[in-house]
Design a protein around this ligand. Structure first.
Ligand code: SAH
Length: 346
């Protein structure tokens, strides 16, 4: 049953301090509770052991602690870990821990389902059920940080917003979560190690630039030809490439930070010379690099990864034009944890 008590994590530190003052207690009690809730990720009032029993009971009377629950955890042969995360209202999202030799990356979700309709992505089929709040995003990161310590004996080093959902369609909560992740009262991570990946919502890319965010930007491009991009990412009809280009130039002008383009090459879709030429042209607009992502099949085979020849063609032509290109192998495919495969199958 859903509680009618207020979620204590919706309170700012100042509000918590005021609450204790209103109860005739000391303001610093608010700081203590805040620390428990955030940097220590306490999910019960009992766990807050430096508070008196009476204080803990008083909190219990007034508040609940809404938090995520890692319902199910799968480990891939390659070390990737996928969490099925249950939210307080019973909905489920997925997040992924991706280890390499030197790093642990968390791939987190920003929405339950997705607002967009990319034809090659399993999450799109779920449609958008709701936005995650900032705490739910933060909790995914905190949970993966714990798993990283447990399994790899090191802290989480990087975060990518490449799980379920379109982060720029849930902007305020994503920004709030990043503020907490990067603050010393949260996880104290550097924004330079965080990448937000978007399908490209021009207005919001400009807003991020105006807000002077310090994290990195990746754009899921997949085609630099409008008609083709609209076929595979229908929202491109609303936000065509010309507008995207304008927003990216604005971003670069304000932030001076290079953009990453994510790009999958599919056989019979974007594997021709004209596709490569259009991409090279698009790459001239702002300093950037291209990540060629391996396709993770989601179903019947309407989309198929292009053959090696086509991929090599991309690589050699991009490099010939001085464009930095990386090939990104999929991780966690055996547990449906790879890009575009997050769809709550279990
Ligand atoms: N909505 C955001 C973030 C989530 S998708 C975005 O579009 O960027 C994260 C990345 O996975 C995107 O680059 C997306 O294009 C890619 N992706 C989606 N489905 C995929 C699939 N089946 N195989 C490989 N990559 C996929």
């Amino acid at each position: 049953m859903k509680s009618t008590k207020k979620d204590i994590r919706a309170l700012t530190k100042e509000q918590l301090r005021d609450f204790f003052i209103s109860k005739g207690d000391k303001a610093f009690r608010g700081n203590q509770v805040y620390e428990w809730l955030w940097s220590k990720s306490a999910y019960t009032f009992e766990a807050m052991t430096n508070l008196s029993k009476a204080t803990r009971e008083m909190l219990q009377e007034h508040f609940v602690i809404n938090h995520i629950e890692v319902d199910d955890m799968q480990r891939s042969k390659d070390g990737t870990v996928k969490n099925a995360v249950r939210l307080h209202d019973g909905l489920v999202v997925e997040s992924v821990l991706i280890p390499t030799e030197t790093r642990t990356t968390a791939c987190v979700s920003s929405q339950v389902g997705c607002s967009l309709d990319c034809k090659f992505c399993a999450t799109a089929r779920l449609k958008r059920m709701r936005n995650l709040n900032a705490d739910e995003i933060y909790d995914q990161v905190a949970a993966i940080n714990k798993e990283s310590l447990l399994y790899y004996n090191r802290k989480l080093s990087n975060i990518v917003f490449m799980g379920m959902g379109e982060p720029l369609m849930n902007y305020n909560n994503v920004i709030k979560s990043i503020e907490k992740i990067t603050s010393d009262e949260g996880l104290g991570m550097s924004p330079k190690r965080i990448t937000l990946s978007t399908s490209g919502v021009p207005k919001m890319i400009k807003k991020m630039a105006d807000d002077e965010v310090k994290f990195n930007l990746a754009v899921s491009l997949h085609s630099a030809i409008d008609e083709k991009r609209t076929q595979i990412m229908p929202f491109n009809a609303t936000f065509p490439l010309e507008e995207l280009k304008g927003a990216l130039q604005y971003w670069y002008q304000k932030t001076q930070r290079r953009i990453t383009y994510e790009y999958v090459v599919w056989g019979g879709i974007n594997d021709q010379k004209e596709d490569i030429e259009a991409l090279i042209q698009f790459c001239k607009y702002v300093p950037c690099k291209v990540n060629l992502i391996e396709y993770n099949p989601i179903d019947d085979g309407a989309f198929q990864q292009a053959d090696e020849h086509a991929i090599n063609n991309y690589i050699s032509n991009l490099e010939m034009h001085g464009i930095v290109v990386n090939v990104r192998r999929s991780r966690g495919k055996d547990i449906d944890a790879a890009c575009g495969q997050l769809a709550n199958k279990s």
